[in-house]
Design a protein around this ligand. Sequence first.
Ligand SMILES: [Zn+2]
Ligand SMILES: [Zn+2]
Length: 96
Amino acid sequence: MNCPWCEFNGTPRALHAHLSESHPEGVKFEDRGKRRVYVIECPVCGAGYDQTIKPRLNDPGFIEEFQDQIRLVAFDMLVNHLMAEHEESASESSDA
Ligand SMILES: [Zn+2]
Ligand SMILES: [Zn+2]
């Protein structure tokens, strides 16, 4: 799989690790009124996913601590999305 942000190429698992190491800014944290959400947007097609962060994570210090873990979850969604939507080679490859 290709990294949507750079030239990295690897297995889905390797890509996932690469994303969290090299592109942590790909996951954004936002305040929406009373809700904290994290947002990940597909850089290929612009599809966005946002998820509410569990209320018990609302303590800002807690968020800091869990950002890494949240990123792993968010990048997991992105890798799944890339596989489903943008990996032609995975399923259909032949003549167009
Ligand atoms: Zn990359
Ligand atoms: Zn996409």
